[in-house]
Design a protein around this ligand. Structure first.
Ligand code: PLP
Length: 384
């Protein structure tokens, strides 16, 4: 029997479970987007977003559209037509940005790392010295498809050393409000994210922050329409918006941002890291192998033995009323990605560890009763 009237609870790296008070905000009367209530709300939300982005006082532009819309808008807002762009790729999302860049006619070069491993920074510097006109380097912070947290700070340092003019554009869709991210201190130039991951809101909003240096690169840009980040920045700074934003989602987002800020960014980063480490330990106790060399708190990527198969595990979890992400792309049949990214706590950790263990036995793995919950509890307690 399934969990009944409710859809499966989300333990995937986006969309994530949303707190009830955030859902309740969606039921408030719809505001007029040019009225004083919404203008005040939008101003507060943009200020709170800037805090969550760790760039207090700066402009974070809100895009109605998912995280990909924010990424596209940011790319087009600071990279001139036909420019050379170096994309770092080590998973599905890095590959997505390679494809997007080519469709817009940028001269895209790629630097690959094996899935779940770090980029070779010496190779990166050599690539950049060989391409001194590179306008931008694109890197995914938390590569959600492999569960890897890439060291974007080290990448940005390497870019500064070898191609100081190149902008560093970071996909932080699944790392915002989950992993340490300090755009100014780390010398990043564009950071984008979306509503349905670390900030615990339904899908539908994207966010983009650009450095002053990136905003100053206004020459020779491709034409844009709806996703004109520069125009939106001006409109939003003046309290408005170019078109009708998803006003109810903005209202819900404020409630979620208040929760994130009440916890405190650093406390939240730490909690998500501890939860994910404990989840990985639970997976190991089930005979699954952690996949990424530097795990992202957004997802516990775990390799599933070939004779078991990903679908048997995710299917058994679904029977218990839990949606756990499988792999994507070439990892589709190799890993599962249970996640505690959203509105989750220690009780979710223990529940998920227990469910994973039970599903592992159902799928044919020999796991001792209680082994996964014991490993999760041990890891959590040891990291206090
Ligand atoms: C989810 C995700 C995206 C895509 O975001 P959408 O909101 O689905 O457009 C991009 N990059 C990463 C790393 C993600 O996790």
């Amino acid at each position: 029997m399934s969990a009944g009237a409710y859809p499966p609870r989300l333990y995937a790296p986006g969309p994530v479970p949303v707190p009830p008070q955030v859902l309740a905000a969606l039921a408030r009367p719809v505001l007029h987007h040019r009225g004083p209530e919404f203008r005040a709300l939008f101003g507060r939300v943009r200020a709170k977003l800037a805090e969550v982005f760790c760039v207090p006082g700066d402009d974070v532009v809100v895009v109605t559209g998912s995280g990909s819309a924010a990424f596209e808008a940011a790319l087009l807002a600071c990279v001139p037509a036909g420019a050379e762009v170096l994309c770092l790729r080590s998973g599905v999302f890095g590959e997505k940005w390679v494809g997007l860049g080519r469709r817009f006619g940028f001269a895209v070069a790629e630097l690959a790392a094996a899935y779940g491993t770090e980029y070779d920074l010496e190779r990166l510097e050599a690539e950049l010295r060989a391409r001194p006109h590179t306008a931008a380097v694109v890197v995914v912070h938390s590569e959600t498809s492999t569960g890897m947290l890439h060291d974007v700070r080290a990448v940005a340092d390497a870019v500064r050393r070898s191609a100081p003019e190149a902008l560093v554009i970071v996909d932080a869709v699944s790392s915002l409000a989950a992993a340490e991210l300090r755009p100014r201190e780390w010398g990043l130039d564009a950071v984008v994210s979306g509503s349905q991951k670390g900030v615990m809101t339904p899908p539908g909003l994207g966010f983009a922050w650009l450095s002053e240096r990136a905003w100053s690169r206004s020459e020779g840009l491709l034409p844009t329409g709806y996703l004109d980040l520069r125009r939106e920045r001006e409109r939003q700074a003046a309290g408005g918006a170019g078109s009708t934003p998803a006003t109810s989602l903005v209202a819900a987002l404020e409630v979620a941002l208040d929760l994130v800020l009440a916890q405190g960014l650093e406390a939240r980063w730490r909690e998500k890291e501890r939860l994910n480490a404990a989840l990985l330990a639970a997976g190991e106790a089930c005979g699954l192998k952690p996949f990424a060399s530097r795990p992202s708190p957004a997802a516990a990527a775990l390799e599933v033995p070939a004779h078991v198969g990903v679908k048997r595990l995710t299917g058994a979890l679904r029977e218990m009323g839990l949606h756990v992400g499988g792999g994507q792309g070439e990892l589709a049949d190799r890993i599962i990605r249970p996640s505690l990214l959203g509105w989750t706590d220690r009780h979710d950790l223990m529940l998920l560890a227990g469910a994973l263990e039970s599903a592992a036995r159902t799928a044919g793995l020999a796991v001792e009763q209680g082994a996964a919950t014991a490993a999760a509890a041990r890891t959590w307690e040891a990291s206090a």
